[in-house]
Design a binder for this molecule. Structure first.
Ligand code: COA
Length: 270
């Protein structure tokens, strides 16, 4: 194994069972892949069964672990509860939930319909709550559980064309803190990852196409986009015993993007 995940022991997640919403594609597929590669059995959840079937087959082949795909919309509490039951029926327990299912698009606030705003809140924020709540009983029985919420850095400042997603992700970070406080006594840690601009993701393709991408990369202190594997490595760290006393924390993985405030009109020194 090479790359960021190579620092982890091969079987560090052996015996773990994880459910990853949004795990059919992008960052969350990368997290599911990393968990399986390091020994976990995984259920990936999203709306499209054909996408899940293909991803589950590939991840199983790559890892030698069992990866299953169960279609459910996180906006539907009954559907997500059924996906959790299927996971437990198949694997006997549940230790980790990654809340990664998200929807987004660029839209000026003045032209965004109330239903457009609500749709993204429903998927990102309500979906995170629905899944966490439905998993609570199973996670309480784990003895070493983690809820990992994938948010963003959009809401650390105002972000143009993203009022809906910024509000949703701010809410997700609030859920992370509040559940950490309420559920710590049940041995459930609740953490977040806030990815910056990550290459090869649906979000970057849709939200920052073409020349915008190059300008964004130049504005990142690390002078490049992150990789899906770098987010997956953070997700493995937070899942691992190395993070056993970390809860209520959102780990920013963004190459320094959100702390950079270059004076207007000035480039970073080369
Ligand atoms: N700009 C403005 N409004 C939009 C929009 C866009 N690009 N896309 C959707 N909306 C609005 C719709 O107009 C609708 O509001 P209305 O009823 O007032 O017209 C509302 O959002 C719901 O849209 P709909 O397509 O019915 O919702 P959906 O549940 O089928 O899908 C998304 C919603 C966000 C998942 C969809 O936009 C999508 O498929 N996005 C691409 C996948 C994605 O987001 N990946 C993650 C990238 S980070």
């Amino acid at each position: 194994m090479s790359g960021p995940l190579s620092v982890f022991r091969d079987n560090v997640l052996s015996g773990h069972v994880a459910l990853v919403t949004g795990g059919g594609t992008g960052i969350c597929r990368g997290i599911a892949a990393a968990y399986a590669r390091l020994g976990a059995d995984v259920c990936i959840v999203s709306r499209k069964q054909d996408v899940l079937d293909a991803a589950a087959r590939e991840l199983s082949e790559q890892s030698g672990r069992t990866v299953i795909g169960v279609a459910a919309d996180v906006r539907n509490p009954d559907a997500i509860a059924a996906a959790i039951r299927t996971t437990i029926d198949r694997f006997g327990k549940l230790d980790t939930v990654v809340n990664g299912a998200a929807g987004n698009f660029l839209a000026p606030a003045a032209a965004l319909s109330p239903n457009g705003f609500k749709t993204v809140i429903d998927i990102d924020l309500l979906g995170t709550f629905n899944t966490s709540r439905a998993a609570f009983e199973a996670l309480s029985a784990s003895g070493d559980a983690l809820i990992l919420n994938i948010s963003a850095t959009l809401h650390y400042h105002g972000t143009p064309l993203q009022v809906h997603a910024s509000a949703a992700k701010a809410g997700v970070d609030a859920v992370t803190k509040n559940l950490a406080v309420e559920w710590g006594r049940f041995r459930i840690r609740v953490c977040g990852i806030a990815p910056g601009p990550i290459a090869e993701t649906e979000g970057m393709k849709r939200l920052a196409p073409g020349e915008v991408t190059e300008k964004m990369a130049a504005a990142i202190p690390a002078a490049r986009f992150g990789t899906i594997e770098e987010i997956a490595a953070a997700a493995v760290y937070l899942r691992s015993p190395a993070a056993g006393y970390v809860t209520g924390h959102v780990l920013v993985v963004d190459g320094g993007h959100c702390v950079a405030t270059p004076p207007l009109g000035m480039a970073f020194p080369t």
